[in-house]
Write a protein that binds this ligand. Structure first.
Ligand code: ADE
Length: 220
């Protein structure tokens, strides 16, 4: 599931340039039983299969012997909803473990004793945490200095300044009569920046008005 995502485009470039290391671990490789089982029935009720403590604990213990971790994150719909502020913070850390759950979840003792942060990518249930982990990896890695070139700088992303992005255009300036706004062709940098800010605010007000209320956005 991860190999495709991590071997294209910006993530691949970041790995190739040595700006980030991504290690994948299959929890099944740490199962102590001969059938390599990593799940078992929930104690006490028919909740479904639960990921067992031993393979996960052994893997985390092994990793912690190799290096120290700033966060051990469990991907779960119960977690805090992921957003740009969390991506920004995670991009400044050295080492992170992303633990993907499956089935009905992981033995609660893992959460109590190893997990430092629980993250959800939205109020819906995925069949496992892998897609959430890939999404978080993408959003965090692209913020690491040197990963994006100037032309794709993360600073002008939607959300980075608490606003959605303004509209963008490229050549041709006139496509069958559909014209690019005149101001963008004017060369007047000050006016263009004012226009971009105005459009960003307008778009945010129309589509995500609650963002303008959040944290007393200092740009407004
Ligand atoms: N695992 C299952 N659903 C999830 C979600 N919404 N976010 C993160 N991890 C998950």
């Amino acid at each position: 599931m991860f190999e495709g995502i991590f071997s294209y485009s910006i993530l691949k470039r970041a790995v190739d340039k040595g700006l980030v290391e991504i290690h994948l671990h299959n929890i099944r490789d740490y199962a102590a039983n001969k059938h390599r089982r990593v799940d078992d029935y929930a104690f006490g009720h028919g909740a479904g299969m639960v990921m067992m403590i031993q393979p996960i604990a052994d893997l985390i213990e092994k990793l912690r012997k190799e290096r120290s971790y700033d966060e051990v994150i469990y991907l779960s719909p119960d977690g805090e909803i992921f957003g740009q502020p969390a991506a920004n913070r995670l991009s400044t850390l050295q080492n992170i473990i992303l633990l993907c759950g499956h089935y009905k979840g992981i033995d609660e003792r893992i959460r109590e004793h190893y997990i430092t942060m629980e993250v959800s990518i939205g109020d819906y249930v995925l069949s496992g945490g892998e897609l959430a982990a890939a999404l978080i990896t993408d959003s965090v890695v692209r913020l690491i200095p040197g990963v994006l070139g100037d032309e794709t700088s993360a600073l002008s992303d939607s959300f980075q300044d608490g606003l959605l992005s303004p509209p963008v255009y490229t050549r041709p300036a006139d496509y069958n009569g559909w014209k690019v706004p005149e101001i963008l062709l004017s060369g007047d940098e000050k006016k263009i920046n004012e226009w971009l800010m105005e459009k960003a605010i307008e778009r945010t007000r129309q589509r995500r008005p609650e963002m303008l209320q959040e944290n007393d956005n200092p740009l407004l």
